[in-house]
Design a protein around this ligand. Sequence first.
Ligand code: AR6
Length: 178
Amino acid sequence: MTRREIEGRVLEITRGDITAQNDIDVVVNAANAQLLPGGGVAGAIHRAAGPDLERECRPLAPIRPGQAVITGAHNLPNDRVIHVLGPVYGRDKPEAELLASCYRNALLLADEEGLSSIATPAISTGAFGYPLEDAAQVALTMIINVMKDMSSLELVRFVLFSENDRETHERVLRKILS
Ligand code: AR6
Protein backbone atom coordinates (compact mmCIF):
# COMPACT_ATOMS: atom_id res chain seq x y z
CA MET A 1 0.00 0.00 0.00
CA THR A 2 1.27 3.47 -0.84
CA ARG A 3 -0.17 6.66 0.59
CA ARG A 4 0.32 10.19 -0.70
CA GLU A 5 -0.98 13.55 0.36
CA ILE A 6 -2.35 15.62 -2.54
CA GLU A 7 -4.20 18.95 -2.10
CA GLY A 8 -4.49 18.14 1.63
CA ARG A 9 -6.31 14.85 0.84
CA VAL A 10 -4.97 11.30 0.87
CA LEU A 11 -4.61 9.05 -2.19
CA GLU A 12 -3.84 5.39 -1.54
CA ILE A 13 -2.95 2.66 -4.03
CA THR A 14 -3.27 -0.88 -2.75
CA ARG A 15 -3.74 -4.47 -3.84
CA GLY A 16 -6.96 -6.05 -2.57
CA ASP A 17 -10.61 -6.95 -2.96
CA ILE A 18 -13.14 -4.14 -3.33
CA THR A 19 -15.64 -6.05 -1.16
CA ALA A 20 -13.23 -6.15 1.81
CA GLN A 21 -12.65 -2.42 2.42
CA ASN A 22 -13.98 -2.39 5.98
CA ASP A 23 -12.68 1.07 6.92
CA ILE A 24 -14.19 2.89 3.89
CA ASP A 25 -17.55 4.76 3.65
CA VAL A 26 -18.40 4.08 0.01
CA VAL A 27 -17.15 1.60 -2.60
CA VAL A 28 -17.43 2.01 -6.37
CA ASN A 29 -19.03 -0.74 -8.45
CA ALA A 30 -17.83 -1.33 -12.05
CA ALA A 31 -21.44 -1.90 -13.06
CA ASN A 32 -23.33 -2.87 -16.21
CA ALA A 33 -26.04 -0.60 -17.65
CA GLN A 34 -28.83 -2.66 -16.06
CA LEU A 35 -27.13 -2.57 -12.60
CA LEU A 36 -27.41 -6.37 -12.44
CA PRO A 37 -24.90 -8.68 -10.70
CA GLY A 38 -22.85 -9.94 -13.71
CA GLY A 39 -19.19 -10.94 -13.31
CA GLY A 40 -16.00 -9.29 -11.99
CA VAL A 41 -16.45 -6.44 -9.52
CA ALA A 42 -20.23 -6.25 -10.03
CA GLY A 43 -20.63 -9.96 -9.32
CA ALA A 44 -18.47 -9.75 -6.20
CA ILE A 45 -20.26 -6.64 -4.89
CA HIS A 46 -23.75 -8.08 -5.39
CA ARG A 47 -22.73 -11.42 -3.85
CA ALA A 48 -21.35 -9.71 -0.77
CA ALA A 49 -24.19 -7.17 -0.49
CA GLY A 50 -27.00 -9.72 -0.90
CA PRO A 51 -30.19 -9.64 -3.03
CA ASP A 52 -31.55 -6.42 -1.53
CA LEU A 53 -28.90 -4.49 -3.47
CA GLU A 54 -30.28 -5.76 -6.78
CA ARG A 55 -33.79 -4.79 -5.64
CA GLU A 56 -32.65 -1.28 -4.75
CA CYS A 57 -30.81 -0.94 -8.09
CA ARG A 58 -33.70 -1.98 -10.34
CA PRO A 59 -35.57 1.36 -10.48
CA LEU A 60 -32.29 3.28 -11.07
CA ALA A 61 -31.39 1.35 -14.29
CA PRO A 62 -30.42 1.73 -17.04
CA ILE A 63 -27.45 4.07 -16.62
CA ARG A 64 -25.27 5.57 -19.37
CA PRO A 65 -21.47 5.30 -19.77
CA GLY A 66 -19.84 7.82 -17.42
CA GLN A 67 -22.90 8.08 -15.14
CA ALA A 68 -22.83 7.36 -11.38
CA VAL A 69 -25.73 6.43 -9.06
CA ILE A 70 -25.68 5.75 -5.32
CA THR A 71 -27.38 3.07 -3.19
CA GLY A 72 -27.07 1.53 0.24
CA ALA A 73 -24.41 -1.13 0.81
CA HIS A 74 -26.64 -3.75 2.48
CA ASN A 75 -24.38 -6.59 3.75
CA LEU A 76 -21.14 -5.00 2.57
CA PRO A 77 -18.99 -3.48 5.35
CA ASN A 78 -19.55 0.04 3.96
CA ASP A 79 -22.32 2.68 4.17
CA ARG A 80 -23.00 3.12 0.46
CA VAL A 81 -22.18 1.84 -3.04
CA ILE A 82 -21.70 4.12 -6.06
CA HIS A 83 -22.40 2.30 -9.33
CA VAL A 84 -20.67 3.62 -12.45
CA LEU A 85 -20.85 2.37 -16.03
CA GLY A 86 -17.43 2.43 -17.69
CA PRO A 87 -17.01 2.60 -21.48
CA VAL A 88 -16.63 -0.64 -23.44
CA TYR A 89 -13.22 -0.15 -25.03
CA GLY A 90 -13.50 0.27 -28.81
CA ARG A 91 -17.27 0.80 -28.71
CA ASP A 92 -18.29 3.69 -26.40
CA LYS A 93 -16.52 6.87 -27.54
CA PRO A 94 -14.72 9.07 -26.66
CA GLU A 95 -13.54 6.39 -24.24
CA ALA A 96 -11.03 8.46 -22.24
CA GLU A 97 -13.62 11.19 -21.56
CA LEU A 98 -16.24 8.62 -20.57
CA LEU A 99 -13.82 6.81 -18.26
CA ALA A 100 -12.70 10.10 -16.66
CA SER A 101 -16.38 11.01 -16.11
CA CYS A 102 -16.91 7.79 -14.14
CA TYR A 103 -14.27 8.82 -11.60
CA ARG A 104 -15.26 12.48 -11.56
CA ASN A 105 -18.97 11.72 -11.07
CA ALA A 106 -18.28 9.05 -8.43
CA LEU A 107 -16.03 11.34 -6.37
CA LEU A 108 -18.33 14.36 -6.63
CA LEU A 109 -21.38 12.26 -5.72
CA ALA A 110 -19.62 10.85 -2.64
CA ASP A 111 -18.55 14.37 -1.67
CA GLU A 112 -22.10 15.72 -2.09
CA GLU A 113 -23.35 12.94 0.17
CA GLY A 114 -20.93 14.10 2.86
CA LEU A 115 -18.90 10.88 2.86
CA SER A 116 -15.27 10.98 3.94
CA SER A 117 -13.67 7.96 2.23
CA ILE A 118 -14.13 6.14 -1.09
CA ALA A 119 -12.53 3.03 -2.61
CA THR A 120 -12.60 2.28 -6.33
CA PRO A 121 -11.50 -0.59 -8.56
CA ALA A 122 -9.99 -0.02 -12.02
CA ILE A 123 -13.19 0.66 -13.99
CA SER A 124 -13.46 -0.81 -17.55
CA THR A 125 -10.15 -2.73 -17.30
CA GLY A 126 -11.73 -6.19 -16.99
CA ALA A 127 -14.64 -7.36 -19.16
CA PHE A 128 -14.80 -3.95 -20.88
CA GLY A 129 -11.24 -4.33 -22.21
CA TYR A 130 -9.69 -0.89 -21.52
CA PRO A 131 -5.85 -1.28 -21.62
CA LEU A 132 -4.69 -1.06 -18.01
CA GLU A 133 -1.92 1.52 -18.33
CA ASP A 134 -4.05 3.91 -20.44
CA ALA A 135 -6.93 3.50 -17.98
CA ALA A 136 -4.60 4.21 -15.03
CA GLN A 137 -3.40 7.42 -16.68
CA VAL A 138 -6.96 8.64 -17.26
CA ALA A 139 -8.20 7.59 -13.81
CA LEU A 140 -5.33 9.00 -11.74
CA THR A 141 -5.21 12.27 -13.69
CA MET A 142 -8.92 12.86 -13.05
CA ILE A 143 -8.77 11.78 -9.38
CA ILE A 144 -5.91 14.22 -8.70
CA ASN A 145 -7.82 16.92 -10.54
CA VAL A 146 -11.00 16.41 -8.49
CA MET A 147 -9.12 16.24 -5.17
CA LYS A 148 -8.80 20.01 -5.01
CA ASP A 149 -12.62 20.37 -5.27
CA MET A 150 -13.49 17.86 -2.54
CA SER A 151 -14.85 19.09 0.78
CA SER A 152 -16.04 16.12 2.88
CA LEU A 153 -13.99 13.46 1.07
CA GLU A 154 -10.57 13.01 2.66
CA LEU A 155 -9.43 9.62 1.38
CA VAL A 156 -9.50 8.06 -2.10
CA ARG A 157 -8.26 4.46 -2.25
CA PHE A 158 -7.52 2.74 -5.55
CA VAL A 159 -7.93 -1.03 -5.02
CA LEU A 160 -6.20 -3.23 -7.61
CA PHE A 161 -6.86 -6.92 -7.91
CA SER A 162 -3.34 -8.07 -8.90
CA GLU A 163 0.17 -7.09 -7.92
CA ASN A 164 0.94 -6.31 -11.55
CA ASP A 165 -2.05 -3.92 -11.77
CA ARG A 166 -0.99 -2.25 -8.51
CA GLU A 167 2.56 -1.73 -9.79
CA THR A 168 1.29 -0.24 -13.05
CA HIS A 169 -0.87 2.28 -11.16
CA GLU A 170 2.00 3.15 -8.84
CA ARG A 171 4.32 3.74 -11.81
CA VAL A 172 1.74 5.86 -13.66
CA LEU A 173 1.09 7.95 -10.52
CA ARG A 174 4.84 8.60 -10.05
CA LYS A 175 5.00 9.76 -13.67
CA ILE A 176 1.98 12.07 -13.31
CA LEU A 177 3.35 13.65 -10.10
CA SER A 178 6.91 14.10 -11.41
N1 AR6 B 1 -11.90 -6.31 -6.26
C1 AR6 B 1 -11.13 -5.42 -6.93
N2 AR6 B 1 -10.91 -5.49 -8.26
C2 AR6 B 1 -11.51 -6.50 -8.94
C3 AR6 B 1 -12.34 -7.46 -8.31
C4 AR6 B 1 -12.53 -7.34 -6.90
N3 AR6 B 1 -13.28 -8.21 -6.20
N4 AR6 B 1 -12.79 -8.32 -9.27
C5 AR6 B 1 -12.24 -7.92 -10.44
N5 AR6 B 1 -11.47 -6.82 -10.25
P1 AR6 B 1 -14.63 -5.77 -14.30
P2 AR6 B 1 -15.36 -3.65 -16.23
C6 AR6 B 1 -10.72 -6.02 -11.24
O1 AR6 B 1 -14.71 -6.78 -15.38
O2 AR6 B 1 -14.18 -3.92 -17.08
C7 AR6 B 1 -19.12 -7.13 -15.23
O3 AR6 B 1 -19.52 -8.39 -15.67
C8 AR6 B 1 -10.46 -6.66 -12.57
O4 AR6 B 1 -9.23 -7.38 -12.52
O5 AR6 B 1 -15.29 -6.08 -13.00
O6 AR6 B 1 -15.76 -2.25 -15.93
C9 AR6 B 1 -20.25 -6.13 -15.20
O7 AR6 B 1 -21.48 -6.77 -15.06
C10 AR6 B 1 -10.34 -5.44 -13.48
O8 AR6 B 1 -9.03 -4.89 -13.42
O9 AR6 B 1 -15.29 -4.35 -14.78
C11 AR6 B 1 -20.13 -5.40 -16.51
O10 AR6 B 1 -20.89 -6.01 -17.53
C12 AR6 B 1 -11.28 -4.41 -12.85
O11 AR6 B 1 -11.53 -4.89 -11.53
C13 AR6 B 1 -18.67 -5.51 -16.86
O12 AR6 B 1 -18.17 -6.62 -16.15
C14 AR6 B 1 -12.60 -4.21 -13.57
O13 AR6 B 1 -13.08 -5.44 -14.07
C15 AR6 B 1 -17.87 -4.29 -16.42
O14 AR6 B 1 -16.57 -4.41 -16.91
